[in-house]
Ligand binder design. Structure first.
Ligand code: HEC
Length: 434
């Protein structure tokens, strides 16, 4: 496993920034892939239907749809390939450097995406050239589609682990544990969203009239609108189901009122999209495309905000820990700056040492009584004047008293060991009184 170098501890603010950054990246990446997947899947389906029914309007629709999917090289690069790289980096930090996904995982995702894009591009240009598509070109399109779907599946599985910090230690042993029901449900939820959004895009962008027989043009437009509306309606019905499954498979620590409320908002928005489609269908007036597409974007936004809140809940312990670490880091830093002025240095070091003590030692030690470890007033004096020896013990505890259990190795950073050792010596000298 290759880590991303030796990373400094995060400040709580930077941590939040990264977490929100992650969701911003997803907000650009997934809808882009969604239109690519939805557009090419529907285009391939229409191609098949057109051949079965010998109906050229299906083939024309298939062609028009593929033409609207954004596939310029720069768009594929910006929205398709850069985001996974950013997510790779953010993951390593947001998971507290415990990112269990080896670099190979991300490289596979990128490679699969790249080949999917290449195959779909070739399908798209073949589709643009002629109404009649060779079976070879259709197969190329299908292979490209499957590749991009596979990439989204892997990505969703990796996304799923963000919500379950309890599983991280397991994952570090065996990468295959990255597959979870929650990841699978996320994948299905994304797919439902992709196809709903594609339905909205069809309503909004497809069915442009061409020169020719007016009656035939109206019939074509009717076919396109009906298809787009049905696809979007289906998605609005399926989405709430997957959302519910998502709630069920989220670990308890990730749940909160915020998560429930935003889930309810998503269900209401789906309902609104569904009603919009039904009502405008009956009145038969100007297309609902813009409104439906907008509602789907809103739905996705709320889903991501909800996930952001869930991740925040899941890591609240670690975030609290960061908040505790921040003052330690600041104090230790201030300590280094004040080294020249001994009086001030001792005071600041004392403060830093106290924070470290509360955080890492107080669970087992008091000064006056025995808890798990011995009372410090009894054991620290023997180190008086020899902070180095005390630091050596804290760094690497050895068995001392056969009547007590052994003290574990705490793995503290050197500055903290230094601060806490000085704090103990000072305090034991004063007899443990504050
Ligand atoms: C999980 C419980 C636990 C934690 C946390 C812990 N200790 Fe201990 N500590 C012990 C136990 C148990 C002993 C007795 C070990 C022995 O006698 O072999 C001990 C012994 C000691 C001693 C006496 C060593 C001696 O020479 O007799 C010192 C000093 C000490 N701990 C300092 C610390 C400091 C400083 C921290 C925090 C940075 C800390 N401990 C955190 C359990 C703990």
């Amino acid at each position: 496993m290759v880590s991303l170098g030796n990373l400094q501890p995060l400040s709580p603010q930077f941590y939040l920034l990264l977490r929100h950054g992650l969701f911003l990246v997803l907000f650009l990446h997934l809808p882009f892939l969604g239109l690519l997947i939805g557009g090419s899947a529907v285009s391939l389906l229409l191609n098949f239907l057109g051949k079965e029914k010998r109906d050229p309007s299906y083939l024309r629709f298939s062609q028009e749809l593929m033409g609207t999917v954004l596939m310029s090289k720069s768009a594929l690069f910006m929205f398709g390939l850069v985001p996974p790289l950013l997510v790779w980096f953010i993951y390593a930090r947001v998971l507290f450097d415990a990112s269990p996904l080896p670099w190979q995982f991300w490289v596979v995702i990128l490679a699969v995406l790249l080949s999917g894009f290449a195959l779909l591009s070739s399908y798209r240009s073949a589709r643009g050239r002629a109404l009649d598509l060779s079976p070879m070109s259709a197969a190329t399109g299908a292979a490209g589609l499957l590749a991009v779907i596979l990439a989204v599946f892997l990505f969703s599985a990796g996304y799923g682990i963000l919500f379950n910090p309890g599983k991280l230690p397991l994952l570090q042993k065996q990468v295959r544990f990255f597959l979870s029901w929650h990841g699978v449900v996320k994948f299905l939820l994304f797919l439902a969203f992709f196809f709903g959004m594609t339905g909205g895009a069809i309503l909004l962008l497809c069915g442009r009239p061409a020169e020719g027989d007016e009656g035939a043009e109206a019939a074509y437009r009717e076919l396109v609108q009906r298809f787009g509306a049905n696809l979007a309606i289906l998605a609005t019905l399926v989405l709430p189901v997957f959302l519910l499954l998502d709630l069920v498979t989220l670990p308890d620590i990730a749940l909160s009122a915020e998560v429930f409320v935003s889930s309810a908002v998503v269900v209401l928005l789906s309902l609104a999209a569904c009603l919009t489609l039904f009502l405008s269908d009956r009145k038969g007036e100007g297309g609902p495309g813009a409104r439906v597409a907008f509602l789907f974007v809103l739905i996705f936004l709320v889903i991501l905000l909800r996930d952001d809140a869930a991740v925040g809940n899941a890591y609240q312990d670690q975030i609290a820990f960061l908040h505790m670490q921040a003052p330690v880091a600041e104090l230790v830093h201030a300590d280094e700056k004040h080294r020249e002025k001994p009086a001030a240095a001792d005071r600041v070091a004392g403060d830093a040492g106290k924070v470290v003590f509360e955080k890492s030692c107080a669970g087992c030690h008091r000064f006056d009584i025995r808890v798990v470890g011995p009372p410090l007033n009894e054991v620290v004096p023997k180190y008086a004047g020899d902070a180095e020896k005390l630091k050596g013990f804290i760094r690497n505890p050895v068995k001392v008293n056969p009547d007590l259990p052994s003290m574990p190795r705490l793995g503290l950073p050197e500055e903290e060991i230094d601060a806490v050792a000085r704090y103990l010596i000072e305090k034991a000298k004063a007899g443990g009184s504050p």
